[in-house]
Design a protein around this ligand. Structure first.
Ligand SMILES: [Zn+2]
Ligand SMILES: [Zn+2]
Length: 393
């Protein structure tokens, strides 16, 4: 669900600082097979440099942020990639919702807040967070300013420590990294559902009754911060510089934007067991079905569905189901705007994290004072009613 884009772009500064945006393209686009199109790579580099010089840098100077750690070209590139991402969501995924919807809506009122939030996140919050928090964080753990190279590439956890041959194959190394990252995400996502204080935050992602191409980025900023830190530590520990593969990372993000799209598109029986598609992820977002109360605990994968297949949490072949949550306290998110959503998630989090019950794994709803209440003991009013049918053709 959450775009951990910022932590992907975290610099292993010993490398990224030396290379910069141009080398990122050489490492990313060209390694990805675009070596035959060097002019495209150069055009991109020129665009990044021009936008950095004439757009980002003056803005940072105006905000008095230019003296802080970080390369303005990193922000310029993040922003340009974000613009490309928004264009693909709006130009490709959004039409799928009109012409080939999974669920028919009489209006799209509830999707507006997610669209607004996505624009804020992609064009403002992620680039700034990456620049102000994650880059200094990476610098602190092995950056150029920390003396001798403490590169985790040579650490016992580094992938190339165990498979030195991958050091010569940057694309293969990145793919191994991506698979590990996705497994860490899968594990973390299961904990987000199991630990009540974390569910208090993650439930904001699930509360929308209109899951759309804009929903991927819907999530509490507190949750995003926690996830970014975990994934950044993993990234540093296994020692790959994901900044080299900005375009491949965009691909991963687009898979997630597509998987939230309200469309009946699916990848078929074989491909669908490897990659997450819209049908698969829609089932993860289904409302609790009182008749089959455990059914919604499924399909936690982010990009690869293979983890769900391997660990027995995959669900296929169910008809389209309405999305959202059964707990009325969380469902009230649907009446909130951007700030209200965050405030509501934070109140749940604060109500849960201070109690012992907030740390006991299990499915909860939220009772008085936002205290977590095990679902089987929830007051009658918070038991979900019969599951409505999704409006489909
Ligand atoms: Zn999701
Ligand atoms: Zn989830």
């Amino acid at each position: 669900m959450l775009r951990i884009d910022a932590s992907w772009r975290i610099a292993r500064p010993g490398e990224t600082r030396r290379k910069g945006a141009a080398a990122k393209l050489d490492g990313g686009l060209i390694a990805a097979g675009a070596a035959s199109m060097p002019s495209l790579a150069h055009a991109w580099t020129a665009l990044v440099d021009a936008f950095s010089r004439h757009g980002v840098l003056p803005l940072l100077q105006w905000l008095h942020l230019d003296k802080l750690a970080g390369d303005p070209r990193e922000i310029a590139e993040s922003l340009l990639i974000a613009v490309a991402q928004v264009a693909i969501i709006a130009g490709l995924f959004r039409p799928l919702e009109t012409f080939w919807p999974a669920e028919r809506w009489s209006d799209r009122k509830l999707t507006r807040v997610d669209r607004q939030y996505t624009l804020w996140m992609l064009l403002g919050i992620f680039p700034l967070f990456s620049y102000l928090v994650l880059t200094p964080f990476a610098n602190y753990f092995g950056g150029v300013s920390s003396g001798p190279d403490t590169s985790s590439r040579d650490s016992i956890l580094g992938i190339t420590h165990w498979f030195p041959v991958l050091g010569q194959h940057p694309l293969a190394l990145f793919l191994v990294y991506y698979v590990i990252y996705d497994l860490v995400y899968y594990t973390m996502h299961r904990v987000q559902h199991a630990l009540p204080w974390w569910w208090a935050l993650h439930s904001m992602h699930h509360s929308t009754r209109q899951m759309s191409c804009w929903t991927n980025d819907r999530g509490s900023l507190v949750d995003g911060f926690i996830q970014s830190m975990i994934l950044a530590v993993v990234g540093l520990a296994i020692g790959v510089a994901p900044t080299d593969f900005a375009w491949l990372m965009l691909l991963g993000e687009l898979v997630q934007n597509l998987s939230h799209t309200n469309t009946r598109l699916h990848f078929g029986p074989l491909f669908g067991r490897l990659f997450v598609d819209p049908t698969f992820h829609r089932l993860h977002h289904m409302r609790v079905d009182p008749a089959r109360p455990g059914l919604h605990n499924c399909n936690y994968g982010q990009v690869f569905s293979i983890w769900d297949v391997l660990f027995g949490t995959a669900l296929y072949g169910e008809p389209v189901r309405p999305t959202g949550v059964g707990d009325p306290v969380v469902d009230a998110d649907n009446e909130q705007g951007l700030v209200g959503l965050h405030w509501a998630a934070f109140k749940r989090f604060w109500g849960a994290v201070r109690t012992l019950d907030g740390w006991k794994p299990g499915e909860v709803s939220f009772g008085p004072g936002y205290r977590p209440v095990p679902v089987e003991h929830a007051p009658a009013s918070s038991n979900p009613g019969p599951l409505p049918q999704a409006q489909v053709d």
